[in-house]
Write a protein that binds this ligand. Structure first.
Ligand code: XBP
Length: 223
């Protein structure tokens, strides 16, 4: 029987990637760097998961840019810029997210996060969507650099399952990207995909269930 739901964050709980993109660009400008990511650039760059990894991939593509230590420092500034954008408000949960979280709680399911972004960004979003700390909404938070290999590697989902103390057959993952679907399935999980603004170009046929959003999803629909 289903005992837990495991959620991706960016693009799945909310359309956060535009705030991430703006935070990256503000950080590049503050460093006097001639990098500026358009929506088209960022759609392509999102295939590289993780902000530091994404900056390094861009550096490799353009052939110049800051060293790894500077990228790490810039990523901390980017994280602060992202939190400031979210603190200004205006970010909504994707349809059905709040209701599903409540329904799962009422049914006695446990809730977890499996994300590539940092724990601080999970907090910033939780404050935005629920007005409370993430650990008051989720039992387990597996995030960012807690694992060595980011999505599409299964590591962050394996960590979430380990902390839940559950086998993959007793949990269900929610994702918006192909990298996320691969990560969850690599951990043995079934996945519900709800493509987002920045992943609409991908083919999500590999998901066990694909929906435009979670507004029509009930726990009895679990694949
Ligand atoms: C989202 C990501 C993240 C965010 C930016 O992946 O790949 O890198 O774009 O966050 P997921 P950071 O949806 O799997 O969480 O800059 O903190 O990495």
């Amino acid at each position: 029987a289903l005992k837990a739901l495991i959620f991706d964050v960016d693009g799945t709980l909310a359309e956060t990637e535009e705030a991430h993109r703006q935070a990256f660009n503000a950080t590049f400008a503050a460093h006097g760097l001639d990098w500026c990511w358009s929506v088209a650039d960022y759609t392509r760059l999102l295939k590289v998961t993780g902000g530091k990894e994404r900056m390094a991939a861009h550096r490799a593509a353009v052939g110049h840019g800051p060293d790894d230590a500077t990228i790490a420092a810039m990523h901390k500034e980017k994280t602060a810029a992202y939190a400031a954008i979210l603190a200004r408000g205006g970010l909504q949960p994707r349809p059905g997210v709040l209701r599903l979280v409540e329904q799962a709680r009422a049914a006695g399911l446990r809730l977890a996060i499996a994300t590539t972004t940092s724990p601080g960004n999970v907090e910033a979003l939780s404050a935005c969507l629920w007005g409370k700390p993430a650990d008051q909404v989720f039992d387990v938070i597996a995030a960012g650099d807690m694992v060595q290999a980011k999505k599409p590697a299964p590591d962050v989902y394996l960590l979430a399952l380990e902390r839940l103390g559950l086998p993959p057959g007793q949990a269900l993952a929610f994702e918006d990207t192909l990298n996320g679907i691969r990560a969850a399935q690599g951990a043995g999980l079934k996945v519900v995909a709800t493509p987002s603004l920045y992943s609409a170009d991908e083919d999500h046929a590999a998901a066990d269930l694909c929906l435009p959003d979670l507004s029509g999803f009930a726990l009895s629909d679990a694949p």
